[in-house]
Design a protein around this ligand. Structure first.
Ligand SMILES: [Ca+2]
Ligand SMILES: [Ca+2]
Length: 86
């Protein structure tokens, strides 16, 4: 089980680092919008806003690594899908 957890973490890091294009350790609304658009996953402002709301657990307007990881635990298939496209 420990190994599996590790793999999930590595996958989450890969997605997080890809989305965090200015490398400040958090994903902004603009970064999320750009990344989703590039991946062909929801390009409308509404879709991005909904996704942001879903992942941004503490509502500070940014996605932290922990928030993305929590999202991954809740939606492993979705995150695998994103990871496979990178
Ligand atoms: Ca960032
Ligand atoms: Ca947040």
């Amino acid at each position: 089980m420990a190994e599996l957890k590790n793999e999930e973490r590595i996958q989450c890091e890969k997605v997080f680092n890809h989305f965090d294009s200015n490398k400040d350790g958090k994903i902004s609304w603009e970064e999320l919008a750009k990344a989703l658009k590039a991946l062909g996953l929801g390009s409308s402002e509404e879709e991005v806003r909904d996704r942001m709301k879903e992942i941004d657990g503490d509502n500070d307007g940014f996605i932290s690594f922990d928030e993305l990881f929590a999202f991954q635990c809740a939606h492993p298939d979705l995150m695998k899908n994103v990871s496979d496209k990178l």
